[in-house]
Design a protein around this ligand. Structure first.
Ligand code: ADP
Ligand code: MG
Length: 250
């Protein structure tokens, strides 16, 4: 579903991603961990068309992200074509970014109606199903300000799912939450993983990574230092940098 082949990204002279190569198969969950500033968000942003690669290739479901290949040359996609690719990718951020002037259900219905041209009744039916799925059937008409952080993040997940993505990206989805609200969001993500969704999750929740991830990738300084079965990497890290990081978060 996702293939990164020597993906590099620089901001000016600052090389933030240095030849990242990895794969996520359909239905797999990859957890990406590493110290602050190691390039995790930048990598997700490259997958989701929010940054353009400096070099290398990235594809989602067999399609190059942001580029068209002709012979041995790459051409940047027209913004309209890029937007079309982007519809298939759901992203959930640390800050929930719900529209404050819309209720929970309106937040979920917005993109299917505006972007996909769904009929209101169709979008509403689906939004109710998704609210049920994230355990918020009784909060449909609440505004974000009247929901807890955990509830807002579950609405944000439902909103992303409303576009029927092939791939879900999570960038520290529980880092802004009070500790007692983390579990309810991780539970929704676990259920999503079980249902077969392909996911890349940047997180410091090692318990989640151990239980749910097929692969744990440890990144530092823009490179993949170590990757493998999460139980093995966590129990028996091979590199000093991985050991040092894990000793801080475990
Ligand atoms: P992480 O998510 O692992 O904490 P980031 O991907 O956010 O790391 O950032 C990696 C590095 O890239 C940091 O040094 C950051 O300052 C730099 N960076 C990220 N985005 C930009 C940008 N838009 N312009 C310049 N530098 C950036
Ligand atoms: Mg980040």
């Amino acid at each position: 579903m996702v293939v990164a082949d020597a993906v590099s990204k620089s901001f000016g002279s600052n090389e933030v991603l240095k030849s990242i190569s990895l794969e996520v198969k359909q239905g797999e969950v990859l957890c990406l961990v590493g110290p602050s500033g190691s390039g995790k968000s930048t990598f997700l942003r490259c997958i989701n068309h929010l940054e353009v690669l400096s070099s290398g290739k990235l594809s989602v479901d067999g399609q190059l992200v942001g580029f068209r290949e002709a012979g041995d040359k790459l051409y940047e996609l027209h913004p309209k074509e890029a937007a079309k690719q982007r519809r298939d990718i759901g992203m959930v951020f640390q800050k929930f970014n719900l529209f404050p002037h819309m209720t929970a259900i309106e937040n979920i219905m917005e993109a299917p109606i505006r972007v996909k041209g769904q009929k209101k009744a169709v979008a509403e039916k689906r939004a109710r199903e998704l609210l049920e799925r994230v355990g918020l059937a009784d909060r449909a008409d609440y505004y974000p300000a009247h929901l807890s952080g955990g509830q807002q993040q579950r609405v944000a997940i439902a909103r992303a799912l409303a576009m029927d993505p092939k791939l879900m990206l999570f960038d520290e989805p529980t880092s802004a939450l009070d500790p007692e609200l983390v579990g309810e969001v991780l539970d929704v993500m676990k259920e999503l993983a079980k249902s077969g969704m392909t996911m890349i999750v940047v997180t410091h929740e090692m318990g989640f990574a151990r239980e749910v991830a097929d692969t744990l990738v440890f990144m530092d300084g823009g490179v993949v230092v170590e990757a493998g079965d999460p139980r093995e990497v966590l129990a028996n890290p091979q590199h000093q940098r991985t050991k040092a990081f894990l000793s801080k978060v475990l």
